[in-house]
Design a protein around this ligand. Structure first.
Ligand code: BG6
Length: 466
């Protein structure tokens, strides 16, 4: 048991140690009501929360001491690709960037905390977007392979559990500019078929991921490399067969990525979809072979919520995430409109394990809320404890009753960090409060929340004392 963050949401130091800008560095702060803006040129009048984030880059030792106090067994973070290859297409890595992660991983291990690492968590060097158009370009496969090889060679003694692309399937919602930029480094051109562009980019990423898995196993057969999916199951709104079928189609679009990662081939329903749409995907015989040879060892997943959908008579079961979801009357929502469905975690674990029969690793689950720092520097976040408790209970049922193989559970945001979707600080997930506000003001001082002591006992009792 442990916790998870991502480099761009905590590190800051956006221009330090030779790092180049990455895609999250060009996103402004937003809110639930107003989306983050993407500004290819930095605008002096805007605030970019990832530039400093919570300054983990300079404060990680202090933070790891707190993680140790909580008893973390593992800590998930990512490697900032732009620290290692500042523009993305260099032949040689940036040694200062490599050194930063040497030190970070050593500090974790010194404190008996296993690093669990994602290679690309919503960031890639912005140079690759400017020069190559992001993952719309096949050349990215080679750049990613190079990045992956450098990381596996350098860190394989320190890191055993890896993941390739964080929540690669968010881009199934191709209407979301932020999802498409952070998954694939794509800025759309006018009048292009967004869906086609995103599917091609996704295929290149899946090929790159498979190649990375193979490289890792060649370098060190003991490495475990997983994919990472945003597991948001889509329920049929009712048992009306129309709703049931619509949910099948919707789940296909969100989860075909897992099929490819785990089974090493493009599922039939996607092949017929590409054909029907007239999408001439660039995928060679060699790519298909690479997919087969790079099947993942486990499925990493985030679970926050479930969705629901209603049938609409579309015989092709087409699904558009921006328009085809509906409210589920049985479950409440957070202030940011995220449905809260603890039983959905048990459902998800069963759904995945029934389908793939390989180990699952819950690498994100958590509750984003507005926390109040009281005058005595306490934060009473019972709502977060309740949320996590309910989810851990359901996870245990999946393991003990349903026999699902779960490798681990890392809650999202051990320490408050920049929200990915809105760029806010006030959407907090941590057990450790960071004194920083949406506009960038604050001292960055860390304070323990009530959930800090609670999670400490949860870890110490291996989930028995909730
Ligand atoms: C997941 C991401 O989507 O959810 C994290 O992998 C993200 O990067 C987390 O922070 C919570 O989302 P948000 O938008 O509330 O920060």
């Amino acid at each position: 048991m442990g916790r998870a963050v991502a480099a761009h949401q905590v590190e800051g130091g956006w221009k330090e140690g030779g790092k180049g800008p990455n895609v999250s560095d060009i996103m402004t702060v937003g809110s639930h009501a107003s989306p983050r803006k993407i500004t290819p040129v930095i605008d002096e009048n805007e605030y970019y929360p990832n530039h400093e984030a919570i300054d983990f880059y300079h404060r990680y030792k202090e933070d790891i001491a707190l993680f140790k106090e909580m008893g973390f067994k593992c800590f998930r973070t990512s490697i900032s690709w732009a620290r290692i290859f500042p523009q993305g297409d260099e032949e040689q890595p940036n040694i200062e960037g490599l050194k930063f992660y040497d030190d970070l991983f050593n500090e974790l291990l010194k404190n008996d905390i296993q690093p669990v690492i994602t290679l690309s968590h919503f960031e890639m060097p912005y140079g690759l977007v400017e020069k190559y158009g992001g993952w719309r370009n096949r050349k990215l496969i080679t750049f990613f392979e190079r990045f992956a090889r450098v990381c596996f060679e350098r860190y394989h003694h320190q890191v055993k559990y890896w993941m390739t692309f964080n929540e690669i399937n968010n881009q199934a919602n191709y209407q979301s500019e932020v999802s498409v930029l952070t998954n694939s480094g794509i800025l759309f051109k006018e009048d292009e078929d967004k869906e086609e562009v995103v599917y091609q980019a996704s295929l290149y990423e899946l090929i790159a991921s498979a190649k990375a898995v193979k490289i890792a196993h060649e370098i060190d057969p003991s490495l475990q490399v997983g994919c990472m999916m945003a597991m948001t199951p889509i329920y049929p709104y009712s048992c009306n067969p129309e709703d049931m079928l619509k949910a099948v189609g919707a789940n296909h679009k969100r989860f075909w990525y897992v099929d490819v990662h785990v089974r090493g081939k493009i599922p039939g329903y996607m092949q017929t979809f590409f054909k029907r749409k007239g999408y001439a995907m660039d995928i060679t015989q060699e790519d298909l072979e690479a997919l087969k040879q790079g099947c993942v060892d486990y499925i990493g997943l985030s679970y926050y919520m479930s969705f629901a959908t209603k049938g609409d008579g579309n015989e092709n079961l087409d699904y558009n995430e921006a328009t085809d979801l509906c409210d589920n009357p049985y479950i409440p929502k957070t202030k940011w409109g995220w449905p809260i469905d603890a039983k959905g975690l048990r459902y998800t674990l069963n759904w995945l394990y029934d389908r793939y029969q390989i180990p699952l690793f819950i690498v994100e689950n958590g509750f984003g809320a507005i926390d109040v720092l009281e005058e005595n520097h306490q934060v009473h976040d019972q709502y977060r404890i309740n949320y996590l408790k309910e989810h851990i209970i359901e996870m245990k049922k999946a393991i003990d009753v349903d026999g699902v193989e779960v490798l681990g559970y890392t809650v999202w945001g051990c320490i408050d960090c920049v929200s990915f979707s809105t760029g806010e600080m006030k959407k907090r997930y941590g057990f450790i409060y960071v004194d920083k506000n949406n506009d960038g003001s604050g001292t960055l001082t860390r304070y323990k929340k009530d959930s800090f002591e609670w999670y400490k006992q949860v870890i110490a009792s291996n989930g028995e004392k909730l």
